[in-house]
Design a protein around this ligand. Structure first.
Ligand code: BTN
Length: 244
């Protein structure tokens, strides 16, 4: 493991291999890691996604990291961290010339293919924002090749993962600090990059799947969907698929 401090003052611990960076970050946070600290790994043996799915990324080619945030805002606002993390990743990709969208709540898409996934968990007074970003891989396993992309696939360039990590951790922190005072601006940025607005989707909630049209994002950050002529605001869905 090597450890260094970024110009933003975040301590980064970069491991060759861990189980899950979210678990390492949780342990470190419980031992008092400062706000903004990051655990990154070249390889995860038990990387996980939302809804218990495994998260597998090619060794040394992707970014798998978890940032520890110690928010001072009301806990009721913590769910917004998941939204702003997706936005922060999308905007960092834009800064590298890649037009990215947020697939609510926090997948990041490029041309309807997933380039990053985010898993937000909390422990005590800390929130762990786990990000898996496809940076340099060009080959994906057959079962996801049609639905996944990477920065390198999009631009043909190879990226320095350490520079990206420093930019991403700064962006996640800056966006998270704007949640209380600037949520209107965050919403504007999210709405401009919402991959689902106007789309017909199939939406799985528990054991039920519904067809709906996405109307946009509410003033609180919920997804607005129209079903049977009624507009509903939802905070979570097990799966959302765009129907073409
Ligand atoms: C998803 O799309 O379902 C979320 C994927 C989140 C993956 C990242 S990789 C770094 C961090 N550690 C984990 O075990 N998961 C997250």
């Amino acid at each position: 493991m090597r450890s260094f401090t970024t110009s933003s003052g975040f301590v980064i611990r970069w491991y060759d291999c861990v189980g899950s960076t979210n678990d390492e970050a949780r342990t470190w946070s419980e031992l008092g890691a400062p706000d903004g600290s990051v655990v990154c790994a070249d390889q995860q043996t038990a990387g996980r996604g939302r809804r218990g799915a495994a998260w597998i990324s090619p060794v040394g080619e992707a970014l798998a990291f978890s940032q520890i945030l110690r928010p001072t805002m009301a806990r009721a606002l913590w769910p917004r961290l998941a939204l702003v993390a997706g936005l922060a990743v999308a905007k960092t990709l834009e800064a590298h010339g890649i037009a990215a969208e947020v697939k609510w709540p926090n997948d990041v898409w490029v041309k309807e293919k997933k380039i990053a996934g985010i898993l937000v968990e909390s422990t005590g007074d800390a929130v762990i924002v786990g990000v898996g970003l496809n940076v340099n891989p060009v080959d994906f396993p057959q079962d996801i090749a049609a639905i996944a992309t990477s920065m390198r696939i999009e631009t043909g360039r190879e990226y320095n993962r350490e520079e990206l990590l420093i930019a991403l951790s700064r962006s996640i922190m800056l966006h998270s600090q704007r949640i209380e005072a600037d949520f209107t601006d965050i919403l504007r940025d999210l709405r401009e990059r919402c991959a689902l607005t106007g789309k017909r989707v199939s939406l799985t909630l528990g054991h039920e799947t519904h067809m709906a049209r996405v109307m946009g994002i509410s003033d609180h950050g919920e997804l607005l969907i129209e079903r049977h002529g009624h507009v509903e605001a939802i905070w979570q869905a097990d799966q959302i698929r765009v129907v073409h």
